[in-house]
Write a protein that binds this ligand. Structure first.
Ligand SMILES: *Cc1c(COP(=O)(O)O)cnc(C)c1O
Length: 360
């Protein structure tokens, strides 16, 4: 096989694949961990379990290199930061941005400092940032406090912010919409996703809109955003001072991309709703139990949104529904073990005991 053929056959990240739609050129030196190209999995058992007569597809973003969709934006943010000669990357994070920033900074040979809310980060995410060598500052406050500090650091001109307030992050994240259109042959009818800082819903809508304008898809989806009931500023129309939810990745009270999230919902005739922690945990368990797809609690918020809309009769039969599952279940093993329907059973090391436990 010629080099040209082999390089075409091998996936080498979202920037190379979608360069024509991104702010890069042939001279750009790309920082990539080959993110993107994540599976879009049809989920008939899950659809049936919730009584849906629609065609349900799950975009499994937990299969990105650091286990969440944040990698799509981070490859471009770190590429551009290095191109500009930045030496220090900083971000505030509920966990996944810090895991991604730490990994891409290591890949680029740049220094990384992450600000996380003390004691509020899922174990896997903390492990990722530490292993990749990021300076990890646990702020005595919530995500919103940490982001405010990061904005102030940005004003010093000494650091590069890699939160989604950096517009380049949105550019990278819009590639997920391109992949979905490429996989389905067109845009879906509905696109469900969790909303925290609201960068991702902004990015998806930008992606679908640009693909549509470029003639790469004929239709546009309704954007269906969901927040956790204890952290639902966009739904409730006011910032939340003390956001609380089991979906730690979206425990955010004052989203940076609030306006553009509302714009996406309005322009797409979409919907923004909220779901309780009980509904989130129900959806969390159902995805794993019916389809073998283990996601983190924040990802289950989107599925809980599908269930809520299905029960309210808001999803038409025969339509194509895509749900972005934003992060991998292994990120947060504590929540999984605490809430799993099944718990380990200890048995004596003999066949009779094993058979008795199995009920055979
Ligand atoms: C970041 C994140 C979200 C929220 O995305 P926003 O762009 O902040 O709205 C949802 N789920 C997971 C797993 C995340 O890491």
């Amino acid at each position: 096989m010629s080099n040209e053929k082999s390089s075409r056959a091998i996936w080498s990240g979202v920037i190379r694949r979608y360069a024509a739609h991104l702010p890069v050129d042939a001279a750009t030196s790309i920082v990539t961990l080959h993110e993107g190209n994540t599976p879009l999995v049809r989920a008939p058992r899950l659809a049936a379990a919730i009584g849906g007569k629609f065609d349900l597809h799950l975009k499994c973003e937990g299969l990105n290199p650091t286990g969440s969709f944040k990698d799509r934006g981070m490859t471009l943010a770190v590429t551009k930061a290095r191109e500009r000669g930045a030496k220090v990357l900083v971000c505030a994070s509920t966990g996944n941005t810090s895991a991604s920033a730490a990994a891409y900074a290591a890949r680029a040979g740049l220094r990384c400092v992450v600000l996380i809310p003390e004691g509020k980060i899922a174990l896997g995410k903390l492990a990722q940032a530490l292993m990749c060598g990021a300076m990890t500052l646990q702020v005595r406050g919530n995500f919103d406090t940490a982001l405010a500090l990061v904005r102030q650091l940005g004003e010093t001109g000494e650091v590069e912010i890699v939160n989604s307030i950096n517009p380049v992050r949105i550019e990278g994240q819009k590639t997920a919409a391109f992949e979905i259109c490429d996989a389905l042959g067109d845009a879906p009818d509905y696109h469900f996703l969790p909303v925290g800082n609201a960068g991702n819903i902004t990015a998806y809508w930008k992606g679908y809109s640009e693909y549509h304008a470029a003639g790469e898809c004929d239709t546009l989806p309704r954007m269906m955003g969901f927040q956790a009931a204890g952290a639902a500023p966009i739904v409730d129309g006011a910032p939340v001072a003390h956001p609380e939810t089991v979906a730690a990745a979206i425990r955010i009270g004052n989203p940076a991309s609030w306006q553009s999230a509302n714009a996406a919902i309005a322009a797409s005739s979409g919907h923004i709703g909220k779901v309780t922690d009980a509904a989130i945990l129900e959806a969390y368990k159902l995805a794993a139990a019916t389809e073998g797809i283990f996601v983190e609690p924040a990802s289950a918020v989107a599925l809980a949104g599908v269930i809520q809309c299905q029960r309210a009769g808001l999803i038409d039969d025969g339509t194509i529904v895509v749900v972005t599952l934003t992060g991998h279940g292994l990120k947060d093993p504590d929540t999984a073990v605490q809430h799993a329907a099944v718990q380990p059973v200890t048995v004596e090391p003999d066949l009779a005991a094993v058979k008795a436990a199995m009920g055979i």
